[in-house]
Design a protein around this ligand. Structure first.
Ligand SMILES: *Cc1c(COP(=O)(O)O)cnc(C)c1O
Length: 390
């Protein structure tokens, strides 16, 4: 590398050195999947307690066969954007089925949840708008808010009194529009937003309500179709297929009017190749299965509750979790690294979550549970945690 080139890239050394000093450096770890809940890492079989595959559908034969059928019929690629020549009938069929299953007016497919959040918000708000969002929202939502150039104020996590104060203060200001943005299940805490109260506040202050249901879809709500399913007065919701649905992709549910608007304006819908047909096949098969998995969901949520109680009795802080995401909040990054290393030595794969993903002083081991974890898997997990010498 020439001296000039080295000089240009100096900022990278600085940033990485800073992260190294705080133990915040991220690196890719290679694993091979065995089944829905087991992987091989460095030649060793581990039980995976960090995947978002909450129902084990990523390895389900029905999804795999459906993906194969769609691929054989439609090819491996969709060749173009939906608005060019990529709009096969299967996309619109799936959207209609999704809207029905979610009890919402219409649905629109997106390639990923990240792409939906980071681009839909840019056409819902502009320089003259105000966006009030929960302090713990996902990075993809923040990307969209920042790109919209609207005024951003974050309310304290799940503190809707704080939200109401901000809404009331904003009434005197000349904003053209106010948006409220929240997740329904928070990805790092595993707690839930008060959706009734969010709807009431949005109605009272005439604000648009934007809810990200990524971790609820498949697991919570009527027939497992998310906490926003069958709810009126939520202007727009986001669901993803990369988590409990087991494959990939995302969707928005909203009114027909808003759907027409997104098709005409949203860059993340217009300027991208439509999802591959095989993925449509996997999603369509999952959509048939998911409503019938009530027993699996019940088992999952009961095990989560038992696990929380057990961990709390052993002195661990699981925060406000009341879903299939259970975080062990340890505070210091070094403790998190030591616990994840210990668990791995005991055959358990977990991932530590550190700043800047979560606030400084709240580093944690995030456990993501699956209905495919057996009672023996839980026993092994609990034993490993209880024998850890802090
Ligand atoms: C995972 C996640 C996303 C991103 O979804 P992808 O389809 O994986 O891009 C968006 N929002 C939340 C809250 C998430 O947890």
């Amino acid at each position: 590398m020439s001296d000039q080139q080295k000089h240009k890239l100096e900022f990278i050394d600085r940033v990485l050195a800073e992260r190294e000093a705080q133990s915040y450096v991220r690196s890719l770890q290679s694993i091979e999947p065995l089944d829905a809940v087991r992987v091989i890492k460095n030649g060793k079989t581990l039980i995976n307690f960090s995947s978002n595959d909450y129902l084990g559908l990523s390895k389900h034969p029905t999804l795999i066969q459906s993906a194969q059928r769609y691929m054989e019929r439609y090819g491996v690629g969709s060749n173009a954007s939906r608005l060019v020549t990529g709009n096969y009938a299967i996309y619109e069929q799936l959207e209609a089925q999704l809207a029905t299953a979610c009890g919402r007016e219409t649905a629109l497919l997106f390639n990923t949840g990240f792409q939906a959040n980071s681009t839909v918000l840019t056409v819902l708000a502009d320089r003259r708008s105000l966006i009030l969002c929960d302090r713990h929202i996902h990075s993809s939502l923040l990307q969209g808010i920042i790109a919209s150039r609207s005024t951003l104020i974050r309310f304290r996590h799940n503190d809707l009194d704080h939200l109401e104060t901000l809404l009331s203060q904003s009434q005197k200001k000349p904003y053209n529009r106010i948006l409220i943005v929240s997740e329904t299940v928070f990805s790092m805490d595993g707690d839930r937003a008060d959706i009734d109260q969010l709807i009431a506040l949005a109605n009272q202050y005439n604000a648009l309500l934007y809810l990200d249901d990524a971790h609820a879809i498949g697991v919570l709500g009527k027939n497992g179709m998310g906490l926003t399913a069958y709810r009126r007065d939520i202007d727009i919701t986001i669901g993803t297929f990369g988590k409990a649905f087991g494959s990939f992709g995302a969707f928005v549910t909203c009114s027909q009017k808003l759907k027409d608007y997104l098709i005409n304006t949203c860059p993340g819908f217009i300027y991208t190749t439509a999802l591959p047909p095989a993925i449509l096949g996997a999603i369509a098969a999952a959509l048939e299965l998911v409503p019938n998995l009530n027993a699996e969901r019940q088992f999952l949520l009961q095990r989560a509750e038992k696990l929380r109680r057990k961990l709390q009795n052993s002195g661990y802080d699981t925060g406000a979790s009341n879903t299939q995401i259970v975080s062990l909040i340890l505070g210091e990054v070094d403790l998190v690294i030591r616990l994840t290393n210990w668990l791995e030595s005991q055959g358990i794969l977990t991932i530590g979550i550190r700043p800047p993903t979560v606030a400084v002083g709240t580093a944690r081991v995030r456990l993501a549970l699956s209905s495919c974890h057996s009672l023996e898997h839980y026993q092994q997990l609990i034993q490993a945690i209880e024998t850890w010498n802090r």
